[in-house]
Design a protein around this ligand. Structure first.
Ligand SMILES: Cc1cc2nc3c(=O)[nH]c(=O)nc-3n(C[C@H](O)[C@H](O)[C@H](O)COP(=O)(O)O)c2cc1C
Length: 165
């Protein structure tokens, strides 16, 4: 899959909106992810409202680009009725990586923001969305058509690989 080897974080975006069909495809990629005991406890909030994007950009000191993105997807998890609650963040992280790869595959660019487990950041995102109590925030992914994108550097390090044979 080429996107794995071309994806880099993109933090500046053209003003043009992202087509609905591309957003749906990115959401489909997220929900195609594996999850513990297939619990699929994820929910996705698609934000194009500029006032909400601005609020999201203030949720952490490293989220400023969100104010200038045409769209952001907030990844949240249900807290009730989970078969493997201790695995919840693994599931949401894998779904987020699937999104980042599909964003890349669609000719777009985005970045995953560090929100959970910082409670203060999670609370700010929840307030911006008006999130119900039974959902908790995991991350925010602003994305759009890249204004600037760095090429990926090869991070393969054979010294990190340990064979037992
Ligand atoms: C858990 C996680 C949290 C991150 N949080 C932020 C963030 O808050 N703001 C940001 O600009 N980038 C954030 N990033 C992006 C990383 O800085 C980026 O992935 C890393 O520098 C490697 O660069 P690359 O994505 O271009 O390969 C985060 C990435 C991960 C995986």
């Amino acid at each position: 899959m080429d996107a794995i080897f071309t994806r880099t974080s993109v933090r500046s975006y053209e003003e043009r909106p992202v087509e609905e069909a591309k957003i749906e495809r990115i959401l489909r990629a997220a929900m195609a992810a594996p999850s513990a005991v297939n619990q699929q406890h994820w929910e996705f909030y698609v934000v194009t409202d500029q006032a909400v994007l601005k609020e999201l950009s203030q949720a952490s000191p490293y989220a400023a680009m969100t104010a200038h993105a045409p769209v952001a997807i907030v990844v949240v998890g249900r807290t009730q009725g989970l078969s493997a609650p201790q695995m919840r963040d693994y599931d949401l992280a894998i779904a987020t990586e699937n999104m980042l790869l599909e964003i890349e595959a669609q000719g777009l660019g985005g970045v995953m923001l560090g929100i959970a487990p910082h409670q203060e950041r999670m609370d700010k995102v929840a307030a911006a969305l008006g999130l119900p109590e039974h959902l908790t925030v995991f991350t925010v992914v602003p994305f759009g058509y890249p204004q600037h994108k760095s090429p990926q550097r090869d991070r393969f390090d054979p010294q990190r690989v340990h064979y037992l044979r």
